[in-house]
Structures are given as structure tokens and as C-alpha cells.
Design a protein around this ligand. Structure first.
Ligand code: SF4
Length: 314
């Protein structure tokens, strides 16, 4: 089985108000945070309620940088969307990223003591070359000179009947010019999961498909996961029954999260995810002790965010 990359921490958009105003929600959920809870309830708590910082990893930053280049590449005229041009975009995109998040530079500190994750020193040139390799692999899978995405890095959200807000970012949305069919595309810089282990990634895609169905009134025709780590594409054609089942699944996850909030019991669940969890040192499953729960849980019943307008809960 290939190893999945860790989910990023809640993005700023998951922490602040969203464009939907005037709708009172019971909470909000993104695919990443739902996945956290399913993987390990304590991990969800530490990321979403405690909001403990996590050191950046080389893999996660590679993903951010490659996504940025793939997004910006479509600003160019079609004929200029070449592997060489994409490669040239890496260095300036990195500079912009490092300026916005200066702590990322520490990843390449030759002194291991200077690295927040305590990992071995990383060679920047080598790492940047690995980003280029990943980008070049994308050109073997898709031809951007023949693509005109309708949307890139599209923020999507909807409120379910239960008043749970669903939200997330879609890497790319293609709309067929002839019949308006939607294709939802997500880039993964890691390797594709082994057969039988695709469900978590597909859950994320079904989540987006559900939100798009609710907001646009049409079930996306195709969900496409593009794995740049090993050059594979996973495609899935959802239907209404699929997406209704996804809605029930999301609702059940939210109810389990709500129960954990009420009881204060966020149980650790040991798995392979522990191998890259940033919180092992404070995890009781590994002999550690987590901090006390914060007094005021962001997004919890009674806190300023939860019962207010949409988008304020994690
Ligand atoms: S180390 Fe494992 S069990 Fe502990 S919080 Fe992280 S993922 Fe959960």
C-alpha cells in the first residue's frame, strides 16, 4: 500500500467567515477534517480544536508549490503551457511562497537544529528538482494546451438540511463546452493508493461532488484524481445514489464529532497515520499527555463562532 500524504492543517478559509451570510449553521466540515476524525478523533481535536501548530514537511510544501504552478500555468496562452515553462515558474513561485510563509525556509536549514520538524537537512536544489520531476510527470497525463478549466482553486460550500456547512477547495473544474458536463479534478503529488485503498481519496471527491450537486443542481459527470507521484489517474463516475450515501456518511461523521465534543472524549486511534503524525509526543497512545482541552472550543456550542453565521466553525 502506498503511503498517503498527511492532510494540511485547516486553511485560513476554514478558520474564518465564508461568503454565505445569514445562514445559521450547527458547524462546518471539510473533507480533510472529516478524514482526520475518521483516522483518529484525537488528531481531529488537536488540529481543529486545540489548533496546535505542525512543522511543515518537504512533501507538503512540494504539494503546495506544484499546485500553485499548476494553477498559474493556465494563465498563460495555451501554446506556452509547456514542461519547460512550468519548470521556469517553480523558482518565482517558491520565492512568493517563502515570502508569505518565511518559516518554510527553515526546512532547508543546513543545521538540523534549525529545523522545526527535527528531520535531516534538506538540499534545496535537490528538493526543487523533485518538484520539477513531479510537474513533468503531469504533462504525461494531461495536455494543458487542450484544456481550458472553468475554475481553478475553486472554493465551494453548501449547507445541508441539517444546517451543517460543507466546504472545501476544488483544484480544477472543467465544464464540457457541448453539454456542460462537470469534471472535478484533484492533483495529488504523492502516489496512488493500492487497489482497495482508494476510498479515502474518493470520499474527498464525492464530498466535492455533493457540494457541486447541491449548489449547481447537476451531478458531476466525472471525478478525476491525478497522482503525480507515480503518474496514475483514478476516475470515478458518481451518481445521485452515491452522493446521497456520501451525505449520510458526512452527517454520521458530524454526529460522532458532536458526541465527542459533548463527552470531551477524543480517543486516539493508532494506525499507520501515526508514522507522520506531528503530535505523537503528546499522544496517550504513545505514552504522552495531551494538553487540557481549551476552555472555549472554536465552533463549539456556545462559542462565538458555532451558532453564528456559516463558516465560523471548524
Ligand atoms: S499519534 Fe496516532 S493515535 Fe496519536 S494523535 Fe496522532 S494519529 Fe492519533
Amino acid at each position: 500500500m502506498s503511503q498517503a500524504a498527511p492532510d494540511p492543517l485547516p486553511s485560513p478559509a476554514e478558520r474564518v467567515s465564508t461568503p454565505v451570510d445569514g445562514v445559521h449553521v450547527v458547524g462546518a466540515l471539510s473533507p480533510s477534517r472529516a478524514g482526520d476524525f475518521v483516522t483518529c478523533p484525537l488528531l481531529y481535536r488537536l488540529r481543529t480544536i486545540d489548533r496546535l501548530p505542525e512543522p511543515p514537511s518537504a512533501d507538503a510544501v512540494r504539494g503546495t508549490l506544484v499546485h500553485k504552478v499548476l494553477e498559474d500555468l493556465f494563465d498563460l496562452p495555451a501554446a506556452e503551457r509547456t514542461p519547460a515553462r512550468a519548470g521556469e515558474m517553480l523558482a518565482p513561485s517558491w520565492e512568493a511562497l517563502a515570502e508569505a510563509e518565511p518559516e518554510l525556509v527553515a526546512l532547508f536549514d543546513p543545521d538540523p537544529a534549525g529545523r522545526a520538524d527535527g528531520g535531516p537537512p534538506l538540499d534545496f536544489t535537490h528538493w526543487l528538482a523533485s518538484c520539477r520531476t513531479v510537474l513533468e510527470r503531469w504533462f504525461t497525463l494531461e495536455d494543458p494546451t487542450r484544456l481550458e478549466p472553468a475554475e481553478r482553486e475553486l472554493y465551494v460550500e453548501t449547507v445541508l438540511e441539517s444546517k451543517l456547512l460543507l466546504r472545501g477547495f476544488v483544484d480544477r473544474l472543467d465544464v464540457a463546452p457541448d453539454d456542460g458536463a462537470l469534471r472535478v479534478v484533484d492533483y495529488k503529488t504523492g502516489r496512488s493508493p493500492a487497489v482497495g485503498f482508494e476510498q479515502r481519496a474518493l470520499f474527498q471527491m464525492r464530498f466535492y461532488a455533493l457540494v457541486l450537486w447541491r449548489t449547481r443542481g447537476v451531478v458531476p459527470a466525472l471525478l478525476q484524481l491525478v497522482y503525480l507521484g507515480n503518474g496514475e489517474i483514478v476516475r470515478y463516475e458518481p451518481d445521485e445514489a452515491d452522493l446521497l450515501a456520501t451525505e449520510r456518511r458526512i452527517q454520521a461523521i458530524w454526529e460522532a464529532i458532536s458526541s465527542a465534543r459533548e463527552s470531551g472524549e477524543w480517543l486516539p486511534r493508532r494506525s499507520r497515520a501515526c508514522d507522520w503524525c506531528a503530535h505523537r509526543a503528546i499522544c496517550p497512545a504513545w505514552g504522552g499527555t495531551p494538553p487540557p482541552l481549551p476552555d472555549q472550543e472554536p465552533g463549539s456550542p456556545g462559542s462565538p463562532g458555532s451558532a453564528g453565521h456559516s463558516g465560523s466553525a471548524p
